[in-house]
Design a protein around this ligand. Structure first.
Ligand code: KIV
Ligand code: NA
Length: 263
């Protein structure tokens, strides 16, 4: 693998080549992810759940994210590292830019924020400051208390239209990438074909440009997993092998299937 950057991912989309992303929180796993050939790493605030044992991501701090981002960055050279901005760390554009800079200094190449068109001004400011932005729509776990639970989003027409319009607005504002979580497959397909930037799905069907899974979910460590997860440790003889099989399954389109998708 050569060093991954946003131009390389953009040209993959243009060539209709898929890429994989996995969450990662430390140097040892980052090394394995890189050896497995996975091109993009998300230092997700899911660490609040899988590492810290909380029942939501809300308590995760910018210091937590910087600590784990620096650990991941020390473990690998080639993958593109995206770090989540945690709950409450990007309520205003200036606050967003200051906290994003902390994650970039820690070793991130891009930051991720959850939400719709209200983020446009922050995206502009971050781009001016040299910080590419990945947006996150659909099921946005930091808003679990507004959404009333971890549930599929965009099932009815007006909700689907709102998500599509947000996606278009975020791209227009300068977003470099978009994560779509737990939306019907058809909506994810429409958004992926409408946008020029890479769209990364999780529980969003097989028509997105890329896929992301939580590391602990795909390794079968998580007790209760969602419908869209596959346990890649099953039938693998090492963690690296499981990661390789996840990468190949995303690249050749054999994961996800309809059984992992919502209609
Ligand atoms: O924090 C995380 O792991 C995420 C992915 C599920 C997209 O945001
Ligand atoms: Na996250």
């Amino acid at each position: 693998m050569s060093k991954v950057n946003i131009l390389k991912l953009l040209s993959k989309k243009q060539q209709q080549e898929k890429f994989a992303m996995v969450t990662c929180y430390d140097a040892s796993f980052a090394k394995l992810v890189e050896k497995a050939g996975i091109e993009t790493i998300l230092v997700g605030d899911s660490l609040g759940m899988v590492l810290q044992g909380r029942d939501s991501t809300l308590a995760v701090t910018i210091d937590d994210m910087a600590y784990h981002t620096a650990s991941v960055a020390r473990g690998c050279q080639q993958p593109l590292i995206i770090s989540d901005m945690p709950f409450g760390s990007y309520n205003h554009p200036q606050q967003c830019a200051d906290n994003a800079a902390t994650l970039m200094r820690a070793g991130a190449h891009m930051v991720k924020i959850e939400g719709g068109s209200w983020l446009a001004e922050s995206i502009c400011l971050l781009n001016q400051a040299g910080i590419p932005v990945c947006c996150h729509l659909g099921l946005t776990p930091q808003s679990v208390n507004v959404l009333g639970g971890y549930r599929v989003q965009g099932r009815d027409d007006s909700q689907a239209k709102a998500i599509l319009n947000d996606a278009i607005a975020l791209e227009a504002a300068g977003a470099a990438m978009l994560v779509l979580e737990c939306v019907p497959r058809q909506l994810a397909a429409e958004i992926s074909s409408t946008l020029k930037i890479p769209v990364v799905g999780i529980g969003a069907g097989c028509d997105t440009d890329a896929q992301v899974l939580v590391l602990h979910d795909l390794l079968g460590i998580t007790e209760k997993t969602a419908r869209f997860v596959r346990n890649f440790a099953e039938g693998s003889n090492s963690i690296e092998d499981a990661l390789k099989r996840y990468n190949s399954a995303v690249l050749d389109g054999s994961f996800p299937t309809d059984e992992h998708s919502f209609n």
